[in-house]
Design a protein around this ligand. Structure first.
Ligand code: NAD
Length: 437
């Protein structure tokens, strides 16, 4: 099939690459000329495992191409996916200006007699589909189209895998003709398809991300009780997670949830519910617990170091999670900024996130960046683990300890085995676990 994706970021580019890998002909549109130029030059603007290879293969096979022209994309394609940002506004509600603008652009590009399916893949408030349809109709009276909601559930860091083998595909539709086309788009993926009305599909995405955030906040609240009582949150999580009704995933105590999705989607869901006259106080508590985690972690650091001012601190990890270069809303970045604000001197290392952290000016120029994890710890008075990259687990810890001025480790992701850290002679602070001295 001929498909078009408007917005070629983390969701749009990976979706375009995976659709083309499945044999569709895909036009990826982005209004950022620099991004499209990079893609034309064979360079991939984001890091996502497996993506580069996929893009190169499908561009060579002439199944994938890039343009800045929405008109071009709409002309060529039966199905038009929208994958533009839906960032939060200061009050937590969703900024819909990108979606509205794309709806107008599609309306202007649609030609009489050309039936098109317009699919919203961005994460949007319930009832957006109705507004997109009304907008297209308002700007193009003769347009023949249907609107579909097809929320995306990919996780950054394993986005290609998630797209190729999704747990489910949700299609929110009010038209059999459009549903049939969507089934054809996804047929090669051989994944379970759930067809719903448009509003339910839109709600599924916010409800799913809020539930996952809730699970993280739940175990973080339990981790505080573990710290107060001397229990070990990892064992508690194992015990809870072995219950198949609950599951072990997303029961990892740590600095909290961050990134470009969970914080904004929880905020959005609270705002959406409030607007509908159904206050969602449970989610407000989820946010409160999440914000408290970083404060508790800083208290732990003050407990170990007494005063943070003038301390040399190595931070491993800047991205909001491993296997991505995404540093948007990363708690690791927040932590670095808090340490700097308290007068500490920070040397950071991240396998993929340093370039964007500098480019987007997310960390002050005073933060030194190291080329290796070992270089970062040279003369450090403490090491902080802020992102759970696998690379950090495979370090030579005897060498790490010998490089450090004092062997304090504050593990914000419970990445290490306390007994092993003790063997190496570290003073080891983790989340929700007894301190090892
Ligand atoms: P992104 O910022 O990485 O990419 C969005 C792209 O859209 C950018 O490249 C931007 O230049 C482009 N764009 C903006 N306006 C445009 C226009 N008018 N025409 C053409 N291109 C335009 O964002 P993302 O992370 O891919 O997220 C997109 C949507 O998907 C959001 O609603 C997000 O909540 C949702 N989502 C994201 C993830 C994730 O993990 N990143 C997962 C699921 C859903």
């Amino acid at each position: 099939m001929d498909l078009c994706i408007i917005g070629s970021g983390y969701v749009g580019l990976v979706t375009g690459a995976c659709f083309s890998e499945m044999g569709h002909h895909v036009t990826c549109v982005d209004n950022d000329q620099r991004k499209v130029d990079m893609l034309h030059a064979g360079r991939i603007p984001i890091y996502e495992p497996g993506l580069e290879e996929l893009v190169h293969r499908n561009v060579s096979a002439k199944r994938l191409r890039f343009t800045t022209s929405t008109q071009d994309g709409v002309d060529q394609s039966q199905v038009i996916f929208i994958a533009v940002p839906t960032p939060p506004q200061p009050d937590g509600s969703v900024d819909m200006t990108f979606i509205e603008k794309v709806a107008r652009e599609i309306a202007n590009a649609l030609k009489p007699g050309q039936y098109r399916v317009v699919v919203d893949k961005s994460t949007v408030p319930v009832c957006t589909g109705e507004r997109v349809a009304a907008t297209i109709q308002r700007y193009n009276k003769t347009a023949e189209f249907d609107v579909i909601s097809n929320p995306e559930f990919l996780r950054e860091g394993c986005a290609v895998e998630d797209l190729m083998k999704p747990d489910r595909i949700v299609i929110g539709s009010s038209s059999d003709r459009a549903t049939d086309l969507m089934r054809r788009v996804y047929a090669p993926f051989q994944a379970p398809v759930l067809v719903t009305d448009i509003n339910s599909a839109e709600l599924i995405k916010h409800a799913a991300n809020s539930f996952l955030s809730l699970k993280i906040s739940y175990i973080n609240a339990v981790s505080a009780i573990c710290e107060a009582s001397g229990a070990d949150v990892e064992l508690v999580a194992d015990g809870i997670g072995m219950d198949r009704r609950i599951g072990r995933q997303f029961l990892n105590a740590g600095l909290g949830y961050g990134g470009s999705c969970f914080p904004k989607d929880v905020k959005a869901f609270i705002a959406i519910a409030e607007e509908l006259g159904v206050p969602f106080n449970l989610l407000k508590e989820v946010e409160r617990i999440n914000a408290a985690q970083l404060e508790r972690f800083l208290r732990k650091m003050r407990d170990g170091l007494w005063v943070l001012k003038e301390k040399k601190i190595a931070v491993w990890g800047l991205t909001f999670k491993p296997d991505t270069d995404d540093v948007r809303n990363s708690l690791a970045i927040d932590l670095v900024n808090r340490l700097i604000a308290e007068g500490a001197s920070v040397t950071a290392y991240d396998p993929k996130g340093m370039e964007k952290a500098i480019e987007w000016k997310l960390i002050p120029a005073s933060v030194k960046l190291a080329k290796t994890p070992l270089e970062a710890v040279a003369d450090a008075e403490a090491l902080v683990i802020a992102t759970e990259w696998k690379e950090f687990q495979n370090q030579d810890f005897a060498a790490v300890k010998s490089q450090m001025h004092t062997p304090l480790v504050f593990d914000g992701r419970n990445l290490f085995d306390p007994a092993t850290m003790k063997e190496f002679g570290f003073i080891y602070y983790a989340i929700g676990r007894p301190v090892v001295k």
